[in-house]
Design a protein around this ligand. Structure first.
Ligand code: NI
Length: 257
């Protein structure tokens, strides 16, 4: 595992340095003369069990992307806050694009990046349901264009993150509303958790096969968790996971041409 570095205090405040939303077009034009990589955080707005916030997936991606962009001096695009979350639609508050809509959005986004001369698009992903639609969109783009190189890192799937979760949460980490992602949002969005009562949950094994319809998902996982006990999540774990994930993402980003 990579060493955990001490981040300067400013990294825990508002991280705004390398955000596209705060650039002028001449600044972007200048950036592109030196660097053609953009970080694109993607996530989802969907239920995360009874004690996880609905913005979990996009907040994790956005929070990590901001830190990684600042640290590597790489431009960060605005997060795509809605993803492919059809299977969560039987829980109030979840928002979703259909896979076909997601593909159409991605084609337009890729066109935008290519039009301005970006070469590398480094996705920091916070939601498992995005992976197949995004890979499909990448394939469609590459079938018709010679531009753009795509890199996809789902932060919770990186071995460095998995090792920490295995050590601290074991079988109770689960695969949705996981201890790890809830912990990271306790660190990124601490104030939201002041209104949420922490609970411990029993983890039960359930047989299932993806894809699931929204009805099937709720029948299999009535409270929205998938075999996780987010009662183990703490802000302190979230802070450690933040450092581990940032270091791992920076290492992946450093491999880009
Ligand atoms: Ni999630």
């Amino acid at each position: 595992m990579l060493p955990i570095i001490d981040w300067p205090p400013c990294f825990f405040g508002l991280i705004e340095g390398m955000q596209l939303k705060h650039c002028t077009w001449p600044q972007v034009e200048e950036y592109l003369k030196h660097k053609q990589t953009i970080i694109q955080p993607i996530g989802s707005t969907e239920q995360h069990g009874p004690t996880g916030i609905i913005g979990t997936d996009y907040r994790c991606a956005e929070f990590l992307a901001a830190a990684v962009g600042e640290r590597s001096q790489t431009l960060v695009a605005p997060p795509l806050c809605v993803g492919m979350a059809e299977h969560h639609m039987n829980f109030p508050g979840s928002l979703s694009f259909r896979p076909s809509t997601y593909n159409a959005i991605m084609q337009d986004l890729f066109y935008s990046f290519a039009q301005h001369g970006f070469k590398n698009v480094f996705f920091i992903n916070g939601h498992g349901g995005n992976v197949i639609p995004l890979q499909n969109a990448m394939c469609e783009w590459k079938a018709r264009h010679d531009s753009l190189c795509f890199y996809l890192e789902s932060w919770w799937r990186m071995p460095e993150v998995l090792a920490y979760e295995e050590q601290h949460f074991g079988d109770e980490n689960g695969s949705h509303a996981t201890c790890g992602e809830v912990a990271l949002t306790m660190f990124s969005d601490a104030e939201a958790f002041e209104k949420i009562e922490k609970q411990n949950f029993k983890v039960e094994k359930v047989d299932y096969q993806f894809p699931l319809s929204a009805k099937e998902f709720r029948e299999k996982f009535p409270d929205g968790r998938m075999q996780s006990n987010p009662g183990l999540s703490t802000k302190e774990h979230g802070e450690k996971l933040f450092h581990i994930a940032c270091e791992a993402l920076l290492e992946r980003l450093s491999r880009l041409p």
